[in-house]
Design a protein around this ligand. Structure first.
Ligand SMILES: N[C@@H](CCC(=O)N[C@@H](CS)C(=O)NCC(=O)O)C(=O)O
Length: 218
C-alpha cells in the first residue's frame, strides 16, 4: 500500500498511525506539500482532483479521504478497530468519524494559518476549534459516565484515531488544551497504546502534567 504523505500533516499521520496500530506496512511517497505545493501539481491532481493529501493507493484502489483509509486499514488488518457492530456503537463511531472533518477545518485551519501563514480569519477558526473541543470534551465525559474511555466504545476505534491528531496539535494553532481534562486523559490513553507512533509535535506520553493529585501531595 502506498501513502502519499507529508510528515507534518495530521491527516497523513492519522493513516500512518492506523497502519502502525494494525501492523500494516506502508510504502511512503513523500510529497513536497510545503513549500512546493506538489499536491496541486499534475501528478497528484490526477490521483485526487480535490488537491489534498493523504492519498492511499492499493492496487487499483485509490482513496482520497482519511476516514475511508482508516476504515480500509481496519477492515483489512484489524476489524476490532471498527467496533463491535452493535447499532449504538456503530452510530457513535460514524458520528465521530464525521465530526473529525470539523476538527480538520477548524483546528487544522488555525494550525495552517499559524504555522504556514495561510490566509484566513484566525479568530473564527480558533472559535470553531474551541466549539469542537467543547463538544468532544462533553462526548468523552458522557462516555466516562457509561464506563467507557474512548469515543465509541471502551476500546479505541477508527473514530479515536480520526479525531486525535488535530486535537493533540491544537496548541500549534493557538488553541490550548488546558480547559479539557477529559480530552487530555483520552489523549494519554491513545498515546500509551501498543505500537503508537509519534509525529513531530505529538509524542508518546509527553504530557507530564499530573491529572490526579493524591491528598497531601501538592
Ligand atoms: N478530506 C481530507 C482532508 C485532508 C486535508 O485537509 N489535508 C490537507 C493537509 S493536512 C491538505 O491537503 N490540504 C490542501 C491544502 O491545504 O492545500 C482527508 O481527511 O483526507
Amino acid at each position: 500500500m502506498k501513502l502519499y504523505d507529508y510528515v507534518l500533516s495530521p491527516s497523513c499521520y492519522k493513516v500512518r498511525l492506523m497502519a502502525a496500530l494494525t501492523g500494516v506496512k506502508l510504502e511512503i511517497r513523500a510529497v513536497d506539500f510545503h513549500p512546493g505545493a506538489e499536491h496541486r501539481g499534475p501528478e497528484l491532481m490526477a490521483l485526487n482532483p480535490a488537491g489534498s493529501i493523504p492519498i492511499l493507493e492499493d492496487g487499483d484502489l485509490i482513496l482520497t479521504e482519511s476516514a475511508a483509509m482508516l476504515t480500509y486499514l481496519a477492515a483489512k488488518a484489524g476489524p476490532e478497530w471498527l467496533g463491535s457492530g452493535a447499532p449504538e456503537e456503530t452510530a457513535r463511531l460514524q458520528q465521530w468519524l464525521s465530526f473529525a472533518h470539523r476538527l480538520t477545518a477548524s483546528l487544522g485551519g488555525a494550525r495552517l494559518h499559524e504555522m504556514l501563514l495561510r490566509p484566513g480569519d484566525i479568530g473564527t477558526l480558533q472559535a470553531q476549534g474551541i466549539a469542537a473541543l467543547r463538544e468532544l470534551e462533553a462526548g468523552l465525559v458522557e462516555q466516562g459516565l457509561r464506563g467507557m474511555r474512548f469515543l465509541a466504545s471502551d476500546r479505541p476505534t477508527v473514530a479515536d484515531i480520526a479525531c486525535f491528531p488535530y486535537v493533540a496539535l491544537a496548541p500549534d494553532g493557538g488553541v490550548p488544551l488546558d480547559p479539557y481534562p477529559a480530552i487530555r486523559l483520552w489523549s494519554r490513553a491513545i498515546r500509551s497504546l501498543d505500537n503508537f507512533i509519534e509525529m513531530p509535535g505529538i509524542h508518546r506520553l509527553h504530557e507530564l502534567k499530573r491529572e490526579h493529585v493524591e491528598p497531601g501531595e501538592v
